[in-house]
Design a protein around this ligand. Structure first.
Ligand SMILES: C[S@@+](CC[C@H](N)C(=O)[O-])C[C@H]1O[C@@H](n2cnc3c(N)ncnc32)[C@H](O)[C@@H]1O
Length: 283
C-alpha cells in the first residue's frame, strides 16, 4: 500500500473509532462503507487478480487462502448492491431481533456482516454465531470482528450446525454453494429451530426460467463486472470455475422451497437482474 493508502487507513480507523462510540451507526451509503471500499482499492495486495492470467486447467472454485486474501475486493466488485444488501440486513435485523437468541451468519466469510451488525447495534446487546467451512476466511473474520462483544465462530459445514438459540439466520450468497438436494433439509432444520417471530434473510444469485431472459440478465451482469474492472479472461475463467459449484435456482423454485419447509408467504424483497434477496418469517 502506498503512502496515500497508509494515510487513508489511519483516517479510516479514526473514523471507525469515532463512529463506534456513537449510539447507533448509520451504515449503507455511509462514510464507513465508502471509506472501506476506497481503502480496498488503494491496496493492490488485496485486489482480486485470481483469474487474470490464463490457466490451463480451471479447477473448481474454492474459498482457499488466495481467495480469502482478496475476498473483500472480490465481493465488492462481483456482487451488485453488496453494500445496499447489507443495509437491508441491518434494517431487518433491527426489526426482528428481540435479543432473546443469536444471529447465525452462515458462510460468514471475512465477517463483514457481523461487524456491520455489531456496529449498528451500538450499546444494544446482540450475539452472533459465524459459520464457515473455510479456515482462512474465519481467520480474517476473527480479526475483523475482534471488537464484537458476543461472537462465536464455527469452522463447520452449515448442514451440521444445530442452530441452538437461533433467532435470525442469514445466508448472504452462501446457500447457492450447497448441493441443491441438501437445501430443503437445511432450511427445514432452520425453520424448526427458529422461535415464532424469528426470521431467515437470504440473498442468492438466481436464474431465469426463460432462456432468453437468462441470456439477457447474464450479459448485463457481465457488463457490471467489466465496469468494475474485470477483463474478459477473468470473467470467463471465473464462470468456468464456478460451474457446478454455484448452482442458482429460479425465484419460484426458491420461494416454493421456503414455503414447503414451513415459512408462510416468504417474499423477495430485492432483485437486480440475476441476484435476489428474500425474507422468510416464522409465524
Ligand atoms: C460468497 S461467500 C459469502 C459472503 C459473505 N456472506 C458476505 O456477505 O460477505 C460464501 C461463503 O460460504 C462459505 N461456504 C460455502 N459452503 C459452505 C458450507 N457448506 N458451510 C459453511 N460455509 C460454506 C464459503 O467458504 C464462503 O466463505
Amino acid at each position: 500500500m502506498g503512502e496515500d493508502g497508509k494515510d487513508f487507513k489511519q483516517k479510516t480507523s479514526a473514523l471507525i473509532r469515532r463512529s463506534s462510540s456513537a449510539k447507533s451507526l448509520t451504515i449503507g451509503q455511509s462514510a464507513l462503507g465508502l471509506l472501506i471500499q476506497r481503502l480496498m482499492k488503494n491496496d493492490q495486495k488485496s485486489r482480486d487478480q485470481i483469474f487474470n492470467s490464463p490457466q490451463e486447467n480451471i479447477a473448481p472454485f474454492e474459498f482457499n487462502q488466495k481467495v480469502a486474501a482478496v475476498f473483500d475486493d472480490m465481493v465488492a466488485r462481483s456482487i451488485p448492491f453488496y453494500q445496499e444488501i447489507h443495509r437491508l440486513i441491518v434494517d431487518l435485523t433491527h426489526r426482528y431481533y428481540r435479543g432473546r437468541g443469536k444471529v447465525y451468519d452462515l458462510g460468514c466469510s471475512t465477517g463483514t456482516t457481523i461487524e456491520l451488525l455489531e456496529k449498528s447495534f451500538g450499546e444494544k446487546a446482540i450475539s452472533f454465531v459465524g459459520v464457515d467451512t473455510s479456515a482462512p476466511m474465519l481467520e480474517l473474520a476473527k480479526e475483523k470482528c475482534s471488537q464484537v462483544r458476543a461472537v462465536e465462530f464455527l469452522l463447520e459445514d452449515m448442514i451440521r450446525v444445530d442452530f441452538k438459540d437461533a433467532e435470525i439466520v442469514i445466508f448472504n450468497y452462501t446457500l447457492q454453494f450447497l448441493k441443491v438436494d441438501k437445501r430443503a433439509e437445511l432450511l427445514k432444520k432452520i425453520y424448526n429451530a427458529l422461535p415464532s417471530g424469528g426470521c431467515l434473510i437470504l440473498s442468492e444469485k438466481i436464474k431465469s426460467p426463460s432462456k432468453k431472459m437468462e441470456s439477457c440478465i447474464t450479459d448485463l451482469y457481465y457488463d457490471f463486472k467489466r465496469r468494475n474492472g474485470y477483463s474478459e479472461l477473468e470473467i470467463s475463467q471465473k464462470r468456468e470455475a464456478l460451474e457446478n459449484v454455484l448452482v442458482p435456482l429460479t425465484p419460484k423454485e426458491q420461494l416454493t422451497m421456503l414455503e414447503e419447509v414451513g415459512f408462510r408467504e416468504p417474499e423477495m424483497l430485492f432483485r437486480w437482474y440475476n441476484f435476489a434477496s428474500y425474507l422468510a418469517l416464522k409465524e
